[in-house]
Ligand binder design. Structure first.
Ligand code: IPE
Ligand code: IPE
Ligand code: MG
Length: 260
């Protein structure tokens, strides 16, 4: 189904994917979906319109990522700090998430997408949690794109959680102190068994990480654009990938050395 969608767009020359080397795609792309409020304000609309438009962008980018063969897409939807916003904005964001799941899950499933959630899901409302569990269970067997939605996610909270889990194991003598290493920490992050992001995209003109994937982005390539998330299109996504393919990643080594 998505094949058709993607080819139609390509036929309309809206998407030029010929200049992308499909054999050297970033395995994991992370996106901070930012700028919804500014997009709406610029149009004289309430912020909520920006969030609705932002959800549309997510639909489009998930399709494109899946179609070109990206393995993992992690999208930051709601941070542990976003609770500081007015209650009506928070509740709209939660409803939009529920709506996204209701409307998209069957299509995601049909297209072999596996949806996962990262963050303190246990703190969300029960009705939303149920939808999240259902969506994860329905798509758990899929082998295509892994779509990680970061909801009530914070990098510091994730690391704090990992420290607690590991400490408990040490206290219970299931793990020796000297055996704690980077691999053990990684195993206790929400992203266990998922390779670290190769490319991190932040739209809307801010150049900061805002508590996203603090551990995981250690060697990610960062790509910024002034475009606000609701105006971000497949072409912007593909441009980020093209630019990524021009970068030289050294992982602390020197040119042409491979990551260990
Ligand atoms: C991103 O857009 C959505 C969330 C953080 C949930 P914003 O709402 O942060 O939009 P700006 O940054 O205020 O423009
Ligand atoms: C980051 O955006 C969180 C999400 C996009 C979900 P924010 O809008 O919350 O980040 P700051 O406050 O500008 O750093
Ligand atoms: Mg913002």
């Amino acid at each position: 189904m998505w094949k058709k969608w993607f080819s139609d767009k390509a036929a309309n020359k809206q998407i030029d994917y010929n200049t992308i080397d499909l054999t050297r795609l970033p395995c994991h792309v992370a996106i901070i979906m930012d700028g919804n409020g500014r997009w709406a304000q610029k149009k004289g609309l309430p912020r909520t319109f920006g969030h609705r438009a932002g959800a549309e962008t997510l639909r489009e980018i998930v399709r494109t990522a899946s179609e070109i063969g990206i393995k993992v897409l992690t999208a930051y939807a709601f941070s542990t700090e976003n609770w500081r916003r007015p209650a009506d904005e928070v509740s709209l964001l939660m409803s939009l998430l529920a709506e996204y799941l209701d409307n998209e899950i069957n299509e995601l499933d049909k297209n072999n997408v596996q949806i996962r959630f990262i963050g303190k899901i246990e703190e969300l409302a029960l009705t939303l949690r149920k939808k999240i569990e259902k969506a994860q269970a329905q798509t758990a067997h899929n082998t295509g794109l892994i779509l990680n939605l970061a909801v009530n996610y914070g990098g510091r909270a994730e690391l704090t959680r990992a420290v607690k889990i590991i400490t408990e194991k040490v206290l219970n003598q299931e793990l020796a102190l000297e055996d704690i290493n980077e691999a053990i920490i990684e195993e206790n992050l929400y992203t266990a068994n998922i390779p670290a992001p190769d490319l991190l995209i932040r739209p809307s003109g801010d150049f900061r990480i805002s508590n996203f994937l603090l551990w995981q982005v250690a060697y990610a390539e960062f790509w910024f654009t002034e475009t606000n998330w609701p105006d971000f299109k497949s072409e912007n996504f593909l441009q980020a990938i093209r630019d990524y393919q021009q970068r030289e990643r050294r992982f602390g080594g020197i040119k042409n050395t491979k990551k260990r």
